[in-house]
Design a protein around this ligand. Sequence first.
Ligand code: FE2
Length: 112
Amino acid sequence: MRIVKCHNGNVSLVLKEVEDVSSQEIKCNTVDASFEKHVPQFVIKDHQVEIFVNHVMEGDHYIEWILVDYGKEQRIYSFLPGDTPKVEVEYREGMQAYSYCNKHSLWSTEKF
Ligand SMILES: [Fe+2]
């Protein structure tokens, strides 16, 4: 799975690969910012998993979305300032979670 940023600032999940020189893949966990406040945390509870980000949710600085990657299926949960960046979803072994901060870009867990 690849997430790219276009020259105009749009961030997109690549659903089909085509040659495109106008966008650049975003590397996870590479911005100089607090790892602990950006990487999704998770707690597995039987068949469910709670995924959350310990990040502020202020007007100009917040987690825009959490993406849950099941491999063949992805789900995106959007947030606004004031929301709690937390979701509870089905647990499937080998899944991965991403978060996107409007100031500090893309962060991800390892597969869990
Ligand atoms: Fe941030």
